[in-house]
Design a protein around this ligand. Structure first.
Ligand code: ATP
Ligand code: MG
Length: 468
């Protein structure tokens, strides 16, 4: 097994366990470091205290000497440290005076000339046990060189050791268990909503039905988990909305497709009931008209599917508006006396897919021609780096409250009127989808002539638009 795989296998499976272990290790390291630093400081301070006490003791002994240079024997005990011992040595190493315990013994420490570090002697073996702090001092008393050696068993050091050993062996594990338990509980509680969110989302298996109305529980906190739940729910709401729209669209489309089929079928059935007398040419003519309508409807649905799939503005090239709109004009069959006026600067161009944009203008101009009384006016102007095209007519116009809705699929305001017959209500929906895919916008206003004014804003191509 490779090292990373081994590491992965050994890694605890839950965030909760990982956080607890990592926090526990970090805490152990920090607390242990703290204890070690405290220990070193304590030991250092204890050593300083003992050293200064031994120093003071030596001074005390020095001051106890008579003016003639004789020391009291036994020497007085240290006023600061009852367990301290001392010897006063002559130049030749013989003992001049000693504390009570050391009375009668040869020198237990000697003090080499020029040094203040006493050297342990054989005589110490029986008397001085364990670790001992020592201090030595050369001086001249009553005209005679002597040395004073003071010693003290370092019991404080072992006391400190014991205290810290207890801290490390009992305090640290207890602290760790307490901290680890707390972290485990707190992290578990913080992550519980995440598990609930996961379970709810796992349960949503059927994304086209009632499952999408479910929402994950929101913990109601303004933290990462709370925001995750909110985001999840917002996403579920959007999915729910999209699914509902999709269902409505399928239902509408089916309904629209059914009407011409029913008309064809009824016509044929009526004819077949009396085959000899049936007006077959008329029935066939009607069937052809309905079939053409079906064909158009299906091609519009396919067009919508293409735009929905994001293919509308995949290829963007320079499209000359004058050329495009002249082509669209040539392709329209204006019924009756309606005139069409184009006012497009020759050099105005937009960035987009010519075929798709031509579809947009065909749909809008078709509508205008269908509703206008006498004139449809198409203009285009550059504004900064955008181009605005307007299609105005002198028809009945579109009421302000319907100007958003007419862009929805299958919405027809004049379905009952004669000139609305044969329309599907997809024209503006397709136009809007294509314009949006081109990062443009489309809206409706009132034309100066009183009819509807559809305006379309698109991105200009290169500098042609900016120049105007
Ligand atoms: N220039 C206009 N003047 C008045 N009403 C309009 C105009 N353009 C569109 N409308 C209204 O908006 C509705 C929606 O238009 P849209 O182009 O989407 O559908 P349609 O023309 O009815 O059908 P389709 O274009 O699919 O054949 C129309 O039915 C019509 O009532
Ligand atoms: Mg239309």
């Amino acid at each position: 097994m490779t090292a990373p795989r081994l590491a992965r296998r050994l890694r605890p499976g839950t965030v909760r366990a990982r956080v607890t272990i990592v926090a526990g290790l970090a805490l152990t390291a920090a607390v242990t470091l703290g204890i070690v630093v405290m220990y070193l400081l304590q030991v250092d301070s204890a050593r300083r205290t003992v050293d200064s006490q031994l120093h003071t003791y030596a001074t005390q002994i020095e001051q106890s000497a008579s003016t003639a240079g004789t020391f009291p024997n036994p020497l007085p005990a240290s006023s600061l440290d009852a367990s301290a011992e001392a010897q006063v040595l002559a130049d030749d190493g013989s003992v001049l005076a000693a504390t009570r315990t050391l009375t009668g013994l040869p020198a237990v420490y000697s003090l080499p000339p020029g040094s203040d570090t006493p050297v342990r002697q054989k005589a110490a073996d029986g008397v001085v046990a364990g670790e001992v702090a020592t201090y030595g001092e050369h001086l001249t008393v009553g005209g005679r060189p002597v040395s004073i050696v003071t010693t003290s068993p370092t019991t404080t050091r072992s006391q400190i050791n014991e205290t810290f050993a207890r801290l490390l062996l009992i305090g640290l594990p207890a602290l760790l268990v307490l901290a680890g338990g707390t972290i485990w509980l707190v992290v578990g509680r913080a992550l519980r909503p995440v598990e609930q969110i996961r379970r709810t989302v796992t349960d949503i298996t059927d994304i086209s039905a009632a499952d999408l109305t479910r929402r994950v529980p929101e913990p109601g906190t303004d933290d990462e988990v709370g925001r995750l739940a909110e985001t999840m729910n917002a996403m579920l709401a959007r999915l729910d909305d999209a699914a509902a729209r999709q269902r409505r669209f399928v239902a509408d489309a089916s309904h629209e497709l059914r009407s011409p089929l029913t008309a064809i079928r009824t016509g044929l059935e009526v004819g077949l009931a009396h085959p000899e007398q049936a007006p077959w040419p008329t029935i066939a003519e009607r069937a052809v008209r309905q079939a053409a309508r079906l064909e158009e409807l299906i091609s519009e649905l396919l067009q919508l599917a293409r735009v929905d799939a994001g293919k509308a503005a995949a290829r963007r090239r320079r499209v000359s508006l004058a050329e495009l709109l002249t082509e669209v004009e040539a392709g329209t069959t204006s019924s009756g006396p309606v005139r069409m006026e184009l006012d497009i600067p020759a050099d105005l161009a937009v960035a987009g897919d010519a075929a798709e944009l031509s579809r947009v203008f065909r749909n809008v101009i078709d509508n205008a021609l269908r509703h206008a009384r006498t004139t449809v006016r198409v203009t285009a102007r550059g504004h900064g780096d955008t181009v605005r095209v307007t299609v105005g007519d002198d028809g009945p116009g579109i009421p302000a409250e319907e100007r958003e809705r007419v862009f929805d699929r299958f919405v027809r305001l004049d379905a009952g009127r004669t000139h609305g017959a044969g329309s599907t209500g997809l024209g503006l929906a397709i136009a809007k989808a294509i314009v949006v895919a081109h990062e443009g916008s489309i809206g409706i206003d009132t034309a100066p002539e009183g009819g509807a004014l559809v305006f379309i804003t698109l991105r200009g191509f290169g500098e042609t638009a900016i120049l105007r």
